[in-house]
Design a protein around this ligand. Structure first.
Ligand code: SF4
Length: 394
């Protein structure tokens, strides 16, 4: 492995330049004004209520700052981002406009071969798989690691599990970059650790049933294809389990999953939970955004708009929370609001963007709630507010 000298890219002059650029691209004076007046904007017969906490989290802010700083410090060199910096297409387009190119989160052998020691690789806020980082470093590239500290806390837990030969049950999405990165750490330093990824309560129920009653191993492995460590055998590797989560999961679901699995272990082991452990690894920012939405939903709202990237996990969970209570529209940005009658939005059930008519209630007085995931910049919220007020003639 070729080692690169450490370079501090967060010098005061670089960061003041970065700050100016980031503010220009993502800041919203309107949002700051609304926040300062308690989260409510009254314009004619339209009321807009913002959640108390929404939008960029500390981890995303840091990742964006570092990507912009890398663009300045390493100008003239090839700079690649491993996958997306965060799950927001508008932010990713801005990063691309800085001249930063994209490599897949899991680059092919040919893509890795083309890298040189002069290249710079930015690791996104979700982190990257151990093997990918090692491969990039073996080509001598300079690595700018923007992995969020909260994600690294999960890695610490699952590595510890591997050391103690406890299988990590990861509540997350098997295809999500963060969960793939976490799973790669669950193998441990010797690569002999194990993991099993469960997406939801249905998956967790299958695990719980196997823990208590056993069952058909092949059917179990078929069901969890692409969600287990190499060589995973549920008869051997569910003896001692530790539950951890992707940092952006739905709190209520994570709680239900860990309770279910704890109970299953207790049933299997004659009342003992010695072979069960649980680490709450939902990050503070995700928790705050979910809590703030529950608080916003106490208000009398006609509809809720959630702004964010369609592949953003924490945003999706905000949509799920909203849908339980009132008509909820999940949009990428203001351009999705095509007219007062028609909206282009992501449908969580169809798993695609669809167009719906009659989305805006025809009431004379209307109260609209707005929130956004941790990867959504404030300028997109401002544009959404302007678009609504324009359509309402306010
Ligand atoms: S959502 Fe949480 S884990 Fe992800 S970058 Fe933000 S603070 Fe970090």
């Amino acid at each position: 492995m070729i080692s690169q000298p450490r370079i501090n890219i967060r010098t005061p002059d670089v960061m003041s330049h970065v700050q100016a650029q980031v503010e220009k691209h993502y800041r919203s004076e309107l949002v700051e004004t609304i926040r300062a007046q308690g989260g409510v904007l009254q314009s004619g017969k339209t009321t807009v209520r913002l959640a108390k906490q929404f939008g960029f989290c500390y981890g995303v802010e840091r990742a964006i700052d570092l990507a912009y700083a890398a663009g300045k410090v390493f100008a003239g060199r090839r700079i690649f981002l491993l996958g997306e910096i965060i799950h927001n297409p508008d932010v990713n387009a801005q990063i691309e406009a800085l001249g930063i190119r994209y490599l897949p989160a899991k680059p092919s052998a040919a893509e890795l071969e083309s890298l040189t020691p002069d290249d710079v690789i930015i690791v996104p806020a979700f982190g990257a798989e151990v093997k990918t980082i090692e491969a990039v470093k073996s080509h001598g590239c300079h690595v700018v690691d923007t992995t969020c500290g909260d994600v690294m806390s999960v890695w610490k837990r699952v590595r510890q599990n591997a050391t103690e030969r406890v299988t990590s049950i990861i509540h997350g999405k098997a295809s999500h970059e963060e969960t793939r990165a976490t799973a790669s750490r669950a193998l441990g330093i010797d690569g002999l650790g194990h993991f099993l990824i469960v997406l939801n309560l249905e998956d967790a129920n299958r695990v719980a049933n196997f823990l208590v009653q056993g069952g058909d191993t092949d059917a179990f492995l078929k069901y969890f294809a692409n969600a287990t460590s190499p060589g995973f055998d549920p008869r051997l590797h569910l003896q001692r389990i530790g539950v951890a989560n992707q940092t952006t999961m739905l709190r209520s679901e994570t709680d239900a999953i860990q309770n279910l699995l704890r109970e299953a272990i207790s049933n299997r082991d004659a009342g003992s939970t010695a072979h069960f452990r649980y680490f709450d690894t939902i990050c503070g920012a995700t928790q705050e955004r979910q809590d703030s939405l529950f608080q916003l939903l106490q208000e009398s709202l006609d509809i809720l708009i959630v702004v964010g990237g369609y592949n953003s996990s924490n945003t999706t969970h905000l949509v799920e929370i909203g849908m339980e209570k009132l008509p909820t529209w999940f949009i990428r940005n203001a351009t999705c609001i095509e007219s007062a009658d028609q909206i282009r939005h992501y449908d969580l059930i169809a798993k695609s963007e669809i167009v719906t008519t009659g989305w805006l209630p025809p009431h004379e007085h209307l109260t609209i709630g707005i929130t956004a995931g941790a990867s959504c910049p404030n300028n997109l919220i401002e544009e959404t507010i302007h678009r609504i007020l324009e359509l309402r003639g306010e």
